[in-house]
Design a protein around this ligand. Structure first.
Ligand SMILES: [Cu+2]
Ligand SMILES: [Zn+2]
Length: 202
């Protein structure tokens, strides 16, 4: 008797399931959703370590907005995509560095000096001597927007202390880096700051 009831229940469940499949022509597009999921899986890069710094102004009278997005490839290279918007600095060039402490307090002075895990001299990226945080100058357009992309194996997202960029800061200065003056490139005030933090979505 109990078995008979079970069979009935299973039978009615099957009917409901079948009804769902045949009843909705759109369930074929639900299959399409499945493909979307597969596509997302295919990129694989979604599993790569990622980090982001949201950059904001440190002075009330100077609007600074920006993001620095980092993604580490399978080969260990970290790619950065930096976007800046500083209307007050339209048509000017500003210095951007990674500083050593993940703290934007006290007009970003709490961020400390340039991140320099290799004990190098300050300089232009790629020259004989430069700090691992010496991103360099970014020129802003007539609206104050700037963009910079770079890739390097000197950085990692959560790797060794020599390369790990997590919990450091991206600092935007009010002036240009002269790539020569020690230890800061004479880059001026710290007008923008954002802490580099691990993220899952970009
Ligand atoms: Cu700096
Ligand atoms: Zn430096």
């Amino acid at each position: 008797m109990k078995k008979g009831i079970l069979h009935l229940l299973i039978a009615s469940c099957c009917l409901i399931v079948t009804g769902n499949f045949t009843g909705c022509a759109e369930s074929s597009s639900a299959g399409g959703t499945g493909q979307d999921t597969a596509t997302t899986g295919n990129t694989g890069r979604n599993d790569d370590p990622k980090a982001i710094a949201t950059i904001t102004g440190t002075y009330p009278d100077t609007t600074v907005n920006g993001t620095a997005r980092f993604e580490q490839d399978d080969d260990g290279e970290v790619e950065m995509k930096l976007q800046l918007s500083i209307p007050a600095k339209a048509n000017q060039t500003v210095a951007v560095h990674i500083h050593e402490h993940g703290n934007c307090g006290d007009t970003a002075h709490q961020a400390g000096g340039h991140w320099n895990p290799t004990n190098a001299q300050h300089g232009r990226w790629g020259s004989a001597s430069f700090h691992s945080g010496d991103i360099g100058n970014v020129t802003l357009d007539a609206s104050g927007n700037g963009y910079l992309e770079m890739e390097t194996t000197l950085w990692s997202i959560g790797g060794s202390p020599q390369t790990d960029i997590l919990n450091k800061t991206i600092i935007v200065h009010g002036g240009m880096d002269d790539y020569t003056s020690q230890p800061t490139g004479n880059s001026g005030n710290r007008i923008g700051c954002g802490v580099i933090q691990r993220t899952r979505d970009m």
